[in-house]
Design a binder for this molecule. Structure first.
Ligand code: ATP
Ligand code: MG
Length: 561
């Protein structure tokens, strides 16, 4: 095993949400706090959701409460079982457990319906036949009040009868809606008689054909919170303007508890789109290979790319929870992941673009076993054996025919160290008919085994390598930013900002034999190249690796300045 990751400290977590929870508990407002994470199963979870999951589950954990996983499955047209399964898998992978608290808004459809009738009976909801387009016009604008619908004054009995007919399937999609009767002149658009139910003749992944009317998010959400006894309903800032409606519904319905909604700033990350709508388009239109494409900011994509769950939790902690919207620097994200991997990942050697190197004075047929260490800071990670012989491969980039000043790696006449092995000096460059360098001839110093010369002479460069005798051919996928600008879509068309070079496939890399069976889910550092993990596309004898990320850390440098 490698070094344990940095402990996730509870004491260091402090933010306005945790302050509120702490105060509420101290004041005896709740015996126990209950939070929830309420994804809509219309796509895979992304990094933004990870922030919300870490907050909701984290707060529950820290304060001895519980956190519910609740599917906000109120729009059957976009929701699928695949997403329901993936979301559960991803939350668990991220390290959180909802225990027995798995719920669905659809579990409450009957109760929500009964409460809608309650609103009708109280004169607080009505069935509106206004066509959608006219309804939009009647809503008014931010500066102009809306107009009352001509159906607003329907009697309770007529409303009840029509609403029951809506439920019974007597009307086509869009023919009628149920609206709350609040205030068409409200400065808050959400209070201008918001829609509570719409007609949708579509089978639901869980309730099948039982329903053809479905509650809106706004109507379902707070009431679901109340049914589950949620104490702190934490959501992102765009719902701030919905809070008066949330409270209005809770006040006017005989709900069993009184949850409170709090809003925090959603996570935005430079060069990254965290919107399910856009991510869905990327998948549907084939811009990526699927929801778990390693370029995707989905949890499934990041997992496939080799990013450990603990590193994502560390990132969520680092960005913190606040009410001010902002965009997180991509370098901070990479720095956090790298910092984690640097501690957790075992070291290996792989050559991405191999160049053959023949050691002329090394006996033909001789094979030596060298010892390589698995982690420089963690002796417990142990060692492994690597094979050294007359023919090896080095990185093509580590040789230059006409080296500029300060290039200390291989060139004709230059001596370098081969990691864990010997000092070698390049004596000849072999080219093919087109003039391309195809092989280097070298000599080695037999007295320098382990990498140091007895006479103490210094070499500047240490190169990684693999032995021709047992290196394993592999495909390596190197990922670059999926979007070519820090603010994708700022000019309107987010797809126009896709980076055409986001995937680079290296078909003929060579890796050390111990990497041939690297389990999926383990990330290693290939010395001087970055972090890598095995892709599930790997087949026996034909491993495929993803580069999780390179080694250069621009963030740390920036901070040191
Ligand atoms: P998207 O904006 O990607 O379409 P969404 O908000 O529609 O996401 P939901 O499934 O409704 O997706 O989100 C579940 C929870 O995750 C909500 O409470 C939402 O506030 C939260 N969430 C979504 N995106 C982010 C984000 N970028 N940062 C923090 N929390 C987020
Ligand atoms: Mg949503």
């Amino acid at each position: 095993m490698s070094l344990p990751p940095e402990p996730e400290t509870v004491e260091s977590k402090s933010d306005f949400i945790r302050d509120i929870v702490r105060e509420d508990l101290a004041a005896g407002k709740h015996a126990q706090i209950v939070t929830r994470f309420p994804p809509e199963p219309n796509g895979y979870l992304h990094l933004g959701h990870a922030k919300s999951i870490c907050l909701n589950f984290g707060v529950a954990q820290e304060f001895g409460g519980s956190c519910h996983l609740r599917f906000d499955d109120t729009n059957p047209v976009k929701e699928e079982q695949e997403f329901i399964d993936a979301i559960q898998n991803d939350v668990r992978w991220l390290g959180f457990d909802w225990g027995e608290h798995l719920y669905h808004a659809s579990d409450y459809f009957e109760q929500l319906y009964q409460w809608a009738e309650h609103l009708i009976r109280a004169g607080l909801a009505y069935v509106d036949d206004t066509p959608p387009e006219s309804m939009r016009q009647q809503r008014g604008t931010l500066t102009e009040p809306g107009q009352n619908s001509p159906y607003r004054t329907r009697s309770v009995d007529e409303n009840l009868a029509l609403f029951r007919d809506m439920r019974a399937g007597k009307f086509p999609n869009g023919a009628r809606v149920l609206r709350a009767k609040i205030d068409m002149a409200s400065g808050n658009m959400n209070l201008r008689d918001p829609v509570l139910y719409r007609i949708l003749h579509a089978p639901h992944p869980r309730t099948g054909n039982a329903w053809c009317i479905y509650p809106t998010y706004d109507y379902a959400h707070g009431q679901s919170d109340a049914i589950e006894g949620i104490t702190h309903s934490i959501c992102t800032l765009e719902f701030e303007d919905h809070r008066p409606l949330y409270d209005w519904l809770i006040e006017n319905l005989p709900v069993p508890s009184r949850p409170r909604q709090y809003e925090f700033a959603r996570l935005n990350l430079a060069y990254t789109v965290l919107s399910k709508r856009v991510l869905t388009t990327l998948v549907r239109d084939g811009h990526v290979r699927g929801w778990d494409d390693p370029r995707m900011p989905t949890l499934a994509g990041m997992r496939r790319r080799g990013i450990p769950a603990a590193a994502l939790r560390a990132f969520a902690q680092k960005v913190g929870v606040a009410r001010a919207n902002g965009v997180v620097d991509y370098a901070l994200y990479e720095h956090t992941i790298r910092d984690h991997l640097n501690r957790s990942a075992q070291r290996r050697m792989a050559v991405l673009r191999p160049l053959k190197l023949v050691i002329e004075n090394y006996p033909e047929g001789q094979v030596e076993k060298l010892t390589a260490i698995n982690h420089p800071d963690d002796p417990a990670a142990g060692t492994r054996e690597s094979t050294f012989s007359r023919e090896i491969y080095v990185e093509r980039d580590d040789f230059m025919e006409n080296p500029p000043r300060k290039f200390f790696r291989l060139s004709l006449g230059r001596e370098v160290r081969l990691r864990y092995a010997y000092l070698v000096t390049c004596t000849e460059v072999v080219k093919d008919a087109t003039g391309e360098v195809v092989e280097l001839r070298c000599t080695y110093d037999p007295a320098s085994r382990g990498g140091n010369a007895p006479d103490g002479r210094k070499v500047q460069a240490t190169l990684h390598w693999v032995a021709a005798a047992d290196a394993v051919p592999a495909e390596v996928r190197v990922y670059n930013m999926l979007f070519a600008r820090p603010d994708p879509g700022a000019d309107g068309d987010v797809m126009a900002d896709l980076n055409p070079n986001s995937l680079e496939v290296i078909p003929d890399a060579l890796v050390e034999p111990s990497l041939a069976n690297l389990p999926v889910g383990e990330t290693v550092q290939c010395e001087r190249q970055g972090y890598f993990c095995a892709d599930p596309d790997s087949a026996p004898g034909k491993p495929v690796f993803n580069r999780t990320m390179g080694l250069r850390d621009s963030w740390a440098k920036e901070q040191a300045r």
